[in-house]
Design a protein around this ligand. Structure first.
Ligand code: GPP
Ligand code: MG
Length: 289
């Protein structure tokens, strides 16, 4: 917590609204086993969900080791999700620079550096997450290449045109998309790529369903309709090249998570929302023109 006047002023500069302060507070105190126990599997700490089929044998076999098998399988599916996100960034060279907007405990950034060998900056409005992620980068010996900052993704203060790639891995539901994409449009070089993985509500079924509202309430977020993403990208020189509906690929993760010891109580809302069609798990990749 800040103590000096300078520290308080710096915090007010990053956390500009009461809403942002409440979101930061949530993530500063979050220590959920569904995130920490999965991260302990191999030191990649994620704040996103998983994709792909789970191996049903994890639910069988010796009972005393079942819990750990399920944890490891959930973690494998979350890492697979980050791999698919990174697959969509296009050709990234070691000299390029990337931005992880809403970097959490740092898992996707560390994977990006390992894959591309380039510098990665992560920004988050949670000082606890900044500290945690930087210590993970130090433990892996990549602190000179992967850096986490206490900054607001709506106003990062990084140089204009400095980024070849930017991603948001389930973080856009905390911000206004037009403000966010104005900043990304400024940061990306011409031809740079933005990749978004998000949960969004389905315009076709109408306004937000009860299950989607429950998800918003659980995380203090505001899930956007699918249409909003494309409007905000089009308004900010971001042209989609790939749109992948990952909804059916994420359902097994939620089925397994619902049966696990680390279930948080939000699993049924996700399963209902996906299965009733009021909510999609979407990847959108877009080029800056
Ligand atoms: C959190 O991941 C992700 C969000 C808070 C964004 C909401 C995402 C949507 C697709 C609506 P987490 O790993 O911290 O969540 P949990 O603790 O539930 O695993
Ligand atoms: Mg999680």
């Amino acid at each position: 917590m800040p103590t000096t006047q300078t520290e308080i002023a710096a915090m007010d500069d990053v956390l500009r609204t009461e809403y942002q302060k409440s979101v930061a507070e949530y993530w500063n105190t979050e220590k959920d086993p569904v995130n920490l126990r999965l991260g302990e599997v191999d030191g990649l700490y994620h704040h996103h969900y998983g994709i792909g089929d789970f191996d049903p044998s994890v639910l069988e076999g010796p009972e005393d080791t079942r819990d750990q098998r399920v944890i490891e399988e959930l973690h494998r599916l979350e890492t697979a999700q980050a791999d698919v996100l990174l697959d969509h960034l296009g050709a990234i060279a070691p000299a390029h620079r990337l931005l992880d907007a809403g970097s959490g405990r740092g898992g996707t950034s560390i994977m990006a550096n390992a894959r591309f060998g380039c510098q990665v900056d992560g920004v988050t409005i949670s000082e606890a997450q900044v500290g945690f992620a930087n210590s993970q980068a130090a433990q892996r010996g990549v602190a000179d290449q992967v850096r986490f900052h206490f900054r607001n993704m709506l106003d990062t203060a990084f140089d204009t045109g400095s980024r070849r790639g930017i991603w948001t891995n389930e973080t856009t539901m905390y911000v206004d998309l037009f403000e966010l994409y104005a900043e990304f449009s400024r940061l990306l070089e011409y031809g740079g790529r933005y990749v978004c993985v998000t949960g969004c509500s389905n315009d076709v079924t109408g306004l937000r369903s009860k299950a989607v509202s429950r998800i918003d309430e659980h995380y203090t977020c505001n899930i956007h309709p699918r249409s909003e993403y494309f409007k905000a990208m089009a308004a900010n020189s971001l042209v989609p090249i790939n749109v992948v509906d990952l909804t059916s690929a994420t359902i097994p993760y939620w089925e397994l998570r619902a049966k696990s010891s680390v279930a948080t109580g939000i699993e049924e809302a996700f399963l209902t929302a996906y299965k009733e069609g009021s909510f999609h798990y979407l990847l959108i990749a877009a080029d800056r023109i």
